[in-house]
Ligand binder design. Structure first.
Ligand code: HSE
Length: 441
């Protein structure tokens, strides 16, 4: 008789439906590989009426998630409702009761990780979260296991499919942010409330987890500087392309000794780098290691079936643990929680990079010299400068690319430039990751 391992799913939404489908379609293979049966014994959701396109016996459906957490025949609890509460309570209670837990909830782990990771260790059960970053891309395992022998120096991730889709379409169609967003919402490609995606919050949640996996250090989510894509214009996408760059919402983390540089921001990256070809709803993550050098992970970071594969991988890991194949209690992050150190963040002003600046300047003799002089006094050196387009009522657009400079110097210079009144409106500032992936070289 094969052993039966009970799986209970909380949240019968898109990913939950994908998980049910894979448990069905891969049932035979999984039985062969595990020598046990992964049996879907219960699904909880507040909506039991909606047709999800999969047949499940009525008797396994419940509106009460506690029926899953408390059920003796559920060995593996899969949390797919997202958000903070009641997801946090369900996960904590499931762990307390000694259930293995699988979750796709990056917001929860990024903000309540210091409660949840130790709770899993205390319970001595696996806590899988592969689906929380990069959807179907196995980046959690890669950082935790595959790259454990290397010293990871930097991570550059396009980890939010919605914002990547919007930026790609804006570039392709020369359409505004608002236009592309509303079309994406109409097609169900963006949420009705797109805040988490387009304001960089979702990417920052994921970055928080990537930093812990890669560097063994914790950066509190609230300390990560986050900038979204609402202010990115087609004009800047066009200039970027002419200068040989793409603009991507990047989640970046670099290790400098014991300090971590981290941020989420629209960033210019060289067109010749593979990351600039990550378009549409795809995700792409570049990891820079001392020994291995650069590796690149690419795939669908969201969606029913891609994300469900990551959930299944964690369910199978939990099953292997329950079957005694892996004896040691697995640490969710790959090391004991008490070995994790709080990272000191590099002060945003002292982070160095090249910069793209665009401003509308008064078209008068001496204005460019004045602007260049202010930048020079702050030790910001101009690499290229383009004055393009037509004069509009006495104002001309000027685009500059700087040499490597500290963010604080650029910030101070721009403050002074704005005070001179030779500039109209707010200058646009974007970082250029010229050195993308060369950190360890
Ligand atoms: N909303 C996310 C994205 C998917 O757009 O990439 C889930 O992480």
């Amino acid at each position: 008789m094969q052993r039966v391992l009970g799986v209970g799913v909380i949240g019968f939404g898109t990913i939950g439906t994908g998980v049910v489908r894979l448990l069905r379609s891969e049932e035979r293979k999984l039985r062969e590989r595990l020598g046990a049966w992964l049996r879907l014994v219960r699904i909880a959701d507040i909506d039991l009426e909606r047709d999800r396109g999969v047949n499940v016996p009525r008797e396994i459906l419940t509106r009460d998630a506690n029926e899953i957490i408390g059920a003796p025949d559920v060995d593996i609890v899969v949390e797919l409702i997202g958000g903070y509460e009641p997801a946090r309570s369900f996960v904590v209670e499931a762990l307390r009761r000694g259930k293995c837990v699988v979750t796709a909830n990056k917001a929860l782990l990024a903000t309540h990780g210091s409660e949840i990771f130790p709770a899993a260790e205390k319970a001595g059960v696996p806590l899988g979260f592969e689906a929380s970053v990069g959807g179907g891309i196995p980046i959690v395992r890669t950082l935790r296991d595959g790259l454990v022998g290397d010293r990871v120096r930097a991570i550059y991730g396009i980890v939010n499919g919605t914002s990547n889709y919007i930026l790609s379409e804006m570039t392709r169609e020369r359409a505004s942010f608002e236009e592309v967003l509303s079309r994406a919402q109409a097609q169900g490609l963006a949420e009705a409330d797109p805040t988490y995606d387009v304001d960089g919050i979702d990417a920052a949640h994921k970055l928080c987890l990537l930093i812990q996996l890669a560097f063994g250090r914790r950066v509190p989510f609230r300390d990560i500087p986050v900038e979204g894509i609402r202010h990115v214009t087609t004009v800047d996408l066009q200039y970027a392309s002419e200068l040989g760059y793409a603009i991507k919402l990047l989640a970046i983390a670099k290790l400098h000794g014991t300090q971590v540089e981290a941020r989420v921001a629209p960033t210019m990256i060289p067109q010749e780098h593979v990351l600039s070809d990550v378009n549409g709803a795809y995700n792409g993550i570049v990891v820079q290691g001392d020994a291995l050098g650069q590796t690149f992970y690419y795939g669908l970071g969201a969606g029913m079936m891609p994300t469900a594969t990551a959930v299944l991988a964690d369910i199978v890991d939990a099953a292997r643990f329950l079957l005694g194949e892996t004896k040691r209690i697995p640490h969710p992050l790959g090391y004991p929680w008490n070995q994790q150190r709080q990272a000191k963040l590099v002060a945003p002003d002292s982070v160095e990079s090249e910069f793209y600046l665009r401003m509308s300047l008064a078209d008068r003799p001496g204005v460019l010299a004045q602007v260049a002089g202010i930048l020079g006094r702050e030790k910001v050196s101009i690499a290229t400068m383009v004055q393009q387009g037509r004069q509009q009522n006495g104002w001309v657009p000027v685009v500059m690319r700087t040499h490597r400079a500290r963010a604080g110097q650029v910030r101070r210079a721009l403050q002074k430039i704005v005070q001179t009144k030779v500039v109209r409106g707010k200058p646009v500032v974007l970082r250029i990751e010229e050195e993308l992936g060369k950190e360890a070289a």
